[in-house]
Design a protein around this ligand. Structure first.
Ligand code: E4P
Length: 220
C-alpha cells in the first residue's frame, strides 16, 4: 500500500517527501483554506517539491460543466495533477467527461460501496472512501474499505482505492490488510508511524555504550 500525504502545508509536504516515503499528495478545500494562501500558488509550490507524483486538487463548484472547466485548468498546471471531484450527480458527469479527455480524477466523499462502484464505472482513476468520518458517526469505517476492495477485486475494476480521513496508525495497518491501494495520511500520523519507544530506547543505549568505550573503538 502506498502512502500519500493529506496536506496543503508546504513544510509538511517537503519533510515527508524528503523522507522518501510518500507516493502522492491529496488536498481538499478545507486543507487549502487552513493555510490561507492562494490555491494555485500552493498547488504549484507543492509540485515544485513532489514533481510528477499524483497530486489531488479539488474543484469548488456544484455545476458539472464548471467542474469540467476547473478540472481542465487544474490539470494543465502539471502532469501529476489529479482532479478531485465530490461524489454526486454532477461529480459523476464531470468524472466521466474528464476521463474521456484523458484527465485523471479522484472521486471524494465516498461513504458507501455503491458510491465507489458508480464512481469507478464513471471512469474515476481513484476513489476516496472516508474512514474517520464514518467512525465519528459510530459506523465501522474500515468495513467500507474492505467491501469496496472486495467488489473491485472480484470484478477486476482498476480504479484505485485511497483510504481517506485517516485518524491514527491503526487505520493504516487495517487499510493495508483489507486491500486499500493507498492511504492518504495526515503528516502527524506519518510521524507516528515511524516511532516506537523500543527504537528510541535502543538508539539511546547504543549511543551510550559507544560513547563509554569510544576511545578503544577507532572511527567509522
Ligand atoms: C481525503 O482526500 C480528505 O482530504 C481527507 O482525508 C479528509 O479527512 P478528514 O475527515 O480528517 O477531514
Amino acid at each position: 500500500m502506498q502512502i500519500f500525504i493529506d496536506s496543503a502545508n508546504i513544510e509538511e509536504v517537503r519533510r515527508a517527501h524528503e523522507w522518501g516515503v510518500i507516493s502522492g499528495v491529496t488536498t481538499n478545500p478545507s486543507l487549502i483554506a487552513k493555510e490561507g494562501r492562494d490555491f494555485i500558488a500552493t498547488i504549484k509550490e507543492m509540485i515544485s517539491i513532489v514533481g510528477n507524483l499524483p497530486l489531488s486538487a479539488e474543484v469548488v463548484t456544484m455545476d458539472a460543466n464548471e467542474m469540467v472547466e476547473q478540472g481542465k485548468r487544474l490539470a494543465s498546471i502539471g502532469e501529476g495533477i489529479v482532479v478531485k471531484i465530490p461524489m454526486n450527480e454532477a461529480g459523476l458527469i464531470a468524472t466521466n467527461q474528464l476521463a474521456k479527455a484523458g484527465i485523471k480524477t479522484n472521486v471524494t466523499l465516498i461513504f458507501s460501496s455503491t458510491q465507489a462502484l458508480l464512481a469507478a464505472r464513471a471512469g474515476a482513476t481513484y476513489v476516496s472512501p472516508f474512514i474517520g468520518r464514518l467512525d465519528d458517526i459510530n459506523q465501522v469505517g474500515m468495513n467500507l474499505i474492505e467491501e469496496t476492495s472486495s467488489i473491485f477485486r472480484t470484478h477486476a475494476i482498476e480504479t484505485q482505492i485511497i483510504s481517506a480521513s485517516i485518524r491514527h496508525t491503526a487505520h493504516i495497518i487495517e487499510a493495508a490488510l483489507v486491500g486499500a491501494h493507498i492511504a492518504t495520511t495526515p503528516f502527524k500520523v506519518i510521524q507516528q508511524m515511524m516511532k516506537h519507544p523500543l527504537t528510541d530506547a535502543g538508539i539511546e543505549k547504543f549511543m551510550a555504550d559507544w560513547e563509554e568505550s569510544k576511545d578503544n573503538l577507532g572511527s567509522i
